[in-house]
Design a protein around this ligand. Structure first.
Ligand code: SF4
Ligand code: SF4
Length: 297
């Protein structure tokens, strides 16, 4: 476990780097960002990687936005590879066409998470069949030509009063079975467990509808533990350092990587208060007091 005040640098299981906050979709569950739209430049990415390299072996190129929109994605993964950092991507899958086959040649790319629940959360101008087929074409090539892990997500399950857009889930699962030529029933497997292995390096993961914490909502907890700033941190596209991938607006602004180095930011009073608070199971930050994911991450 990390300790932000120890003499050795903390190690994070993952660091989220937002390479763009621009998206090509408008999911109905997405809070959308009010931040300035931006794409990270190669120079900025190099700077960020230099800063995070002593802290982690795994980066995730996503907080808000669609990373496959970035024209320098290949260069980013190559830059990470030179620092021996493995890369994970989360995408809505709409841009996984032949042009993105370069991803299969990049051994530093460890895992791709594909949010299939984004389809029903949008007004689409293509059919479900075309969408799932194009995603599965990529998955098939990935399993044949690389060791890339593919996790397809349906994070749209109902949870209490929270209802997800999930009327197409059965059809989606059947399309996956058809496209990947899976003989056994995935639905049966999913009834036993919400996650299952579909085939070599391919996983299907179902979870409740995703909800971002919202500073404008009623506070509902103070006594809670969270792995934010212990296992993970996030870096927004403007360089703002946040304790987790859920702080999509930079509410818990710990500092900016273009103004200070990460060592200094992580030893700031605000960072230490948050960390020590969670050690005592206290959510110090207002956002954390309104976050349903505290125990999940
Ligand atoms: S949830 Fe993700 S894919 Fe959907 S609009 Fe927001 S950033 Fe885009
Ligand atoms: S409680 Fe929520 S907002 Fe706070 S650090 Fe954890 S995941 Fe992030």
């Amino acid at each position: 476990m990390n300790n932000l005040q120890s003499s050795t640098k903390p190690r994070f299981k993952k660091i989220y780097i937002e390479i763009t906050n621009v998206c090509n979709l408008q999911c109905d569950f997405c809070p959308k960002t009010k931040r300035m739209p931006k794409f990270l430049s190669i120079q900025e990415f190099e700077h960020v990687i230099d800063q995070v390299a002593p802290y982690t072996n795994y980066i995730y190129l996503h907080i808000m936005g669609e990373p496959l929109l970035h024209e320098n994605l290949k260069e980013f993964i190559e830059i990470a590879a030179k620092k021996k950092i493995k890369v994970n991507l989360t995408t809505n899958g709409t841009l996984l066409n032949e042009e993105k086959d370069f991803l299969l040649e990049l051994s530093a790319l460890r895992q791709i998470n594909i949010s299939l629940h984004s389809f029903e959360a949008n007004d689409q101008n293509r059919t479900l069949h075309d969408y799932v087929k194009s995603v599965m074409n990529f998955v098939k090539k990935a399993t044949k030509h690389s060791e890339l892990l593919c996790s397809v997500r349906l994070w749209n399950m109902n949870f209490g009063d929270i209802k997800g857009a999930n009327s197409l889930n059965r059809e989606i699962v059947e399309l996956i079975e058809h496209e990947l030529e899976i003989k056994e029933s995935l639905e049966e497997k999913l009834c036993q467990d919400h996650s299952c292995k579909v085939s070599h390096n391919v996983y299907l993961n179902m979870a409740r509808k995703f909800e971002w914490p919202d500073i404008k909502k009623e506070k509902f907890q103070e006594e809670v533990f969270c792995y934010g700033l212990r296992d993970q941190i996030g870096i927004l596209v403007d360089g703002t350092v946040v304790p987790c991938c859920l702080d999509s607006e930079g509410t818990i602004n710990l500092g900016n990587l273009y103004e200070d180095n990460l060592d200094k930011i992580l030893s700031s009073e605000r960072a230490n208060n948050l960390y020590e608070g969670f050690s005592r199971r206290i959510a110090v930050e207002e956002l954390c007091q309104r976050c349903g994911y505290a125990t999940r991450f």
